[in-house]
Design a protein around this ligand. Sequence first.
Ligand code: AMP
Ligand code: MG
Length: 275
Amino acid sequence: MNGQHALKALDAWRVAPGATLDLAALDADAHPASGGKRSTDEARLKDLGATLGELQGRLYANQQKAVLLVLQGMDASGKDGVVRRVFSQVSPLGVRAHAFAVPAGSETRHDFLWRVHAQTPPRGEIAIFNRSHYEDVVVASVRNLVPAPQVTRRLQHIRHFEQMLVDEGTVVLKLFLHLSYEEQGERLRDRLATREKQWKLQASDIADRAHWKTFRRAWERAIEATSTDAAPWYVVPANSRFQRDLMVAELMVHHLAALHLEYPPATLPPDTIIP
Ligand code: AMP
Ligand code: MG
């Protein structure tokens, strides 16, 4: 699939402002970005990777706009994988990924957006958030880290914060990698059994899995409250790693291309003599 065709199919996965979200009703095995054939999908993903690299070059040359990609999803939904694979052809000069862990040290003594704002992209760059300020409403409400009215206020602060970023020249795109409970079980068992992956598995992952539905509800609530025209959320079916990457790549390329960034004009006349 390509161009406009792909985008229409992906639009159905954008959470419309004010809409309710029922993740259980969405198929984590869906392939919305697929053209139907594995070989053409593979060629498409390669093309998109190259296009993304090219568009990022324009973004960098322009220094006018910034792009913030927020990646969220349950454990093992593929946030690390997206960072590694979708951006493999983008110059490290222009993209920065940041993983947010449990707040520690001075982070805990500031407001929840303090550490987040510090990692937002400067103009000319792409920032990828592997987890984000959304943990401060989702984990915070599931584990009762802050009272419910404060969670509600935080959701409003998030809307205003993201609107401010957009108003000041940042494109904000938020993706929820949507994994099924069964597929998460497979992946966590695989982590347990694979030497290179064991370090990733923690007791808290198993504990969180026991609260799957509570987390899902908290995610629905957070996404519903914060999907705006300025900073939209998309649900990305993530049971297939490859199809997940394809959809993320399509969305990134679309949102970057929509900026219509041109290279800045030459600074020297073309007949400049270079000795
Ligand atoms: P991982 O991304 O698997 O390395 O795990 C990071 C852990 O930090 C996850 O369990 C997150 O839920 C947790 N985390 C990240 N940000 C926050 C936050 N703001 N509040 C509470 N927990 C958080
Ligand atoms: Mg983890």
